[in-house]
Design a protein around this ligand. Structure first.
Ligand SMILES: [Zn+2]
Length: 361
């Protein structure tokens, strides 16, 4: 028998406790040995999925019909953009008129503009080029799906590039003034009282990109008249599409073209086709914030009464003693990454937690 001690944080111990509560093992050391055996034998079973949160019935109160109704339709001319109110259960449709046109998009919660689309989370969950079947997510601490990408006939959208800006065109080519997404967004958002600082990272519709040697790269695009993207709102949003101002890169095949934008009702079938979502207590709203007032003073000043209140600190460590028999000792020896872990307990903790994530994902 070999006695090994795993040092866990109390948060890590919660995972162990949850597994014991689900009868995955009779006690904590037995769970560690189970993790070790399944990992060493290469048979990690995804046998213990955890269900967290509650079903999110975002469609409650939406009275959808079998046919769609167009509520608003506009042609965005080259060099322009516009803010559209898209209520939950309505669809924003962006359609090519002549083809070849990239369109940048910003999205805000209509009732709380500080909640807005987070391209980073969207990229992490749906990849660098999200297409039909993806969601547009908001940033932590809100972190929920704002819109569902239900239709995408061209299949080229981008999350790698930030909006183009006036400074980009001046610094690269010396333009004193040039159509650019940052300023077009700001001008369109001004209709709702937002400032240029409120323009956030864009989801770039009809923008063909890829990563080469770790660097993002723009490709010429191939969209035809009638190609379109449809985004179904799950909450009331302000959606701001704009015709990308870039005519000196391949983004829109060296052209500036109009696009057609519609707001229309989602059909019953479209709402039913949205994959199920769950809601979580950690999707916090301003009512949950310790600091919920929005600053209006630009200069930052220290609060003399500030007391830090970080969650779950100081971090608590807990020792978990485990006994391993000869066979298990050999299993751990085979798995022990000595370059990373001098201590057997640290190596076994890695085995336990890697196993836990793999088998409960
Ligand atoms: Zn642009």
């Amino acid at each position: 028998m070999r006695h090994i001690t795993l040092r866990l944080t109390d948060q890590q111990l919660e995972l162990v406790t949850a597994s014991l509560g689900a009868d995955e093992a009779p006690d904590a050391p037995a769970l560690v040995r189970l993790a070790l055996r399944e990992t060493a034998d290469g048979v990690i079973r995804r046998a213990h999925p955890r269900t967290t949160g509650q079903p999110w019935q975002w469609w409650d109160g939406i009275d959808a019909a079998d046919e769609t109704t167009i509520l608003q339709q506009t042609v965005l001319e080259a060099g322009t953009g516009k803010a559209f109110e898209v209520r939950a259960g309505q669809v924003l449709r962006v359609e090519q008129v002549t083809g070849d046109q990239c369109v940048d998009l910003n999205v805000f919660n209509l009732h709380d503009y500080r909640e807005f689309m987070h391209v980073g989370r969207t990229r992490t969950l749906h990849g660098t080029n999200p297409s039909a079947g993806s969601f547009l997510w908001s940033a932590p601490p809100r972190e929920r799906a704002l819109m569902y990408l239900q239709t995408d006939t061209a299949g080229i959208n981008d999350t790698l590039f930030p909006r183009c800006s006036a400074n980009m065109y001046e610094s690269i080519h010396g333009f004193a003034e040039h159509t650019n997404c940052a300023d077009i967004q700001a001008e369109a958002q001004r209709e709702y009282g937002l400032t240029p600082d409120d323009v956030h990272d864009s989801f770039n519709l009809f923008m063909a990109t890829r990563v080469v040697d770790g660097m993002p790269e723009i490709l010429r695009q191939s969209t035809a008249p009638g190609d379109h993207v449809e985004l179904l709102a799950l909450v009331d949003v302000l959606a701001v599409p704009n015709v990308c101002g870039n005519d000196i890169m391949g983004t829109s095949n060296f052209s500036l073209n109009p696009v057609r934008v519609s707001v229309q009702t989602a059909t019953r079938q479209e709402i039913a086709a949205v994959p199920p979502l769950r809601s979580y207590a950690t999707q916090r709203t301003p009512a949950d914030f310790r600091q919920s007032e929005i600053r209006t003073e630009r200069r930052l000043a220290k609060d003399p009464d500030y007391q830090p209140a970080f969650a779950r600190t100081p971090v608590r460590l807990v020792d978990l003693p485990v006994e391993l028999d000869e066979t298990d000792v050999l299993r751990l020896k085979a798995l022990h990454d000595r370059e990373r872990y001098a201590d057997e307990g640290d190596a076994l903790r890695d085995v336990l937690l890697s196993w836990w994530v793999a088998s409960h994902g």
